[in-house]
Design a binder for this molecule. Structure first.
Ligand code: ZN
Length: 146
């Protein structure tokens, strides 16, 4: 199993800023909470995926929302019919307990429905074992801010 290095993350191009929503980064506290939650779900669920929606305030991703979803060891899917109509939704976060820090084909189908930025977390759920992708599946650099 190979884990991404900090260097690997830094080689990605910056997340594109688009009109309407400019994301400067993700709050460190939130990132830690996401990694902790993903680790818990992985441990208690025997390799289940963790899924949540990300919210931004003033261009920084600071909150996540749990949504009803079905999760198995192979996949997790959100109930789009229960999605809030929320202009602050910035994207999504989910875990890949198998450690593959890249979007699956199913991920690429659901990304565009859930905002622009999509985090994938993997074991050991440390501050370097995650990556950010745009809706079309391209890796991008998301700054961790205090
Ligand atoms: Zn996935």
């Amino acid at each position: 199993m190979d884990f991404p290095t900090r260097q690997g993350i830094l080689h990605d191009s910056p997340c594109p800023s688009t009109t309407g929503m400019k994301i400067r980064g993700i709050a460190r506290d939130l990132l830690r909470a996401l990694l902790d939650s993903a680790r818990e779900v992985d441990r208690e669920g025997g390799g289940r995926e963790f899924v949540a929606v990300l919210r931004e305030e003033d261009g920084v991703i600071r909150e996540f929302l749990f949504l009803p979803f079905t999760s198995t060891t192979r996949s997790a899917s959100l109930r789009f019919d229960l999605m809030p109509l929320d202009p602050h939704v910035a994207g999504s976060v989910h875990s890949h307990p198998n450690g593959a820090l890249r979007p699956s084909d199913a991920d690429l189908r659901f990304f565009p429905a859930l905002g622009r930025y999509h985090l994938i977390l993997g074991p050991p759920f440390s501050e370097t074992s995650w990556r950010c992708f745009t809706s079309d599946g391209k890796p991008c650099e998301l700054e961790v801010v205090e």
